[in-house]
Design a protein around this ligand. Structure first.
Ligand code: ATP
Length: 322
């Protein structure tokens, strides 16, 4: 007997079969079921309409980036997908199943696992204890604590250290490891770069190829647009809870991204889908040069010594420098 909490299959088509990251990067599948589909989602925080009819489709193997300024609704969208906010309208489908009313923990066991903004580790637990928390209701799969130690070479020898004593970058790595040991199908990454020095951000994002090589799909939220454009196979820009631009990073110009990010006028052209809005913003940052977004002035790696340490290494060297 099904309940509203149960998953409901609403699509008959099979999921995209055998789609690899490279194939997806080369061009989005024209048909097939997306691994994740958000259909016309509206979310309110009290009287505030934080998301206004947002839709997206993420296919297996993609790195899909949601970009936008402070307050655009990025985290609200990710948290809604994870089940932490209930939409007032619209639906969330995962692998063809309607998950809109599915509890967050059930979404996680179905394969949607989030690395939350600010890491949210247990500071009084050790590195390994935090990883064990992530493995508690793990799906079957190739990610184990040992495999995480393989990827982050520093982690094994410091596995008995409290996470409160780690640097921001190290904590972020543990948070990623904690998500991986749950063996997700899709990783939801919320602002990995927040509060971290650029070199640390580069190292952490340098892990993505290794993670994707194990068959994962990634949906990330990022204020650092340059970073998002570097790693994503598809981007979607939000502004005040609405989509202002979406497309393949190579199909969008810096000017379009800037316009979409700040609401400076019609953003779309070429292969990108611009969504004109009534927005008129301010500012004229350089997108390719490191803005818009990034971190607040003076925001750096917290003390703790990780800034100069390698955050990754291991048995499967990545092509991105780790
Ligand atoms: P940031 O990068 O600053 O986190 P964001 O794009 O992730 O921004 P959200 O955090 O999703 O944006 O916030 C969207 C809007 O909803 C903002 O106006 C924010 O103040 C508001 N908001 C977010 N969470 C809540 C909440 N729990 N209660 C009330 N308002 C909220």
């Amino acid at each position: 007997m099904s309940t509203p909490e149960d998953d409901q299959t609403v699509e008959a088509e099979p999921a995209v079969a055998g789609a690899t990251a490279d194939a997806v990067r080369a061009g989005r599948p024209a048909n097939g079921t997306p691994l994740l589909e958000v259909r016309g989602v509206t979310v309110h925080h009290g009287q505030l309409r934080a998301l206004d009819h947002i839709s997206l489709r993420v296919f297996a193997g993609e790195v899909y980036a949601i970009i936008g300024a402070n307050g655009a609704g990025k985290s609200t969208l990710l948290r809604t997908i994870a089940g932490l906010h209930q939409p007032t309208e619209g639906s969330v489908l995962f692998d063809g199943k309607n998950m809109t009313r599915t509890r967050p923990e059930r979404r996680a066991t179905q394969g949607m696992v989030m690395v939350p903004e600010g890491r949210r580790l247990f500071p009084s637990l050790t590195v390994e204890e935090n990883l064990k928390v992530g493995a508690t209701h793990a799906r079957k799969g190739q990610w184990t604590i040992e495999r995480v130690y393989d990827m982050f070479a520093w982690m094994k020898e410091r596995r008995t250290q409290l996470t409160a004593q780690l640097s921001g970058g190290e904590q972020q790595s543990v948070a990623i490891g904690r998500a991986l040991v749950a063996n997700p199908r899709m990783l939801l990454l919320d602002e990995l770069s927040l509060g971290l020095a650029p070199v640390v951000v580069q190292r952490i994002y340098g892990m993505l190829p290794q993670i994707l090589a194990t068959g994962l799909t990634v949906l990330l939220v990022e204020q650092d647009v340059s970073q998002a454009l570097r790693v994503a196979s598809h981007i979607q820009c939000l502004l005040e809870g609405r989509t202002t631009l979406e497309g393949h990073p190579s199909d969008v110009t810096a000017e379009q991204v800037e316009a979409a990010y700040f609401g400076l006028g019609a953003a779309g052209a070429g292969g990108a889908r611009g969504v004109p809005g009534p927005y008129r913003g301010a500012g004229s940052p350089s997108v390719r040069g490191g803005m818009p977004g990034g971190r607040p002035p003076g925001d750096t790696e917290p003390p703790g010594g990780a800034g100069s340490e390698p955050l990754c290494s291991g048995s499967t060297p990545s092509s991105r420098g780790c």
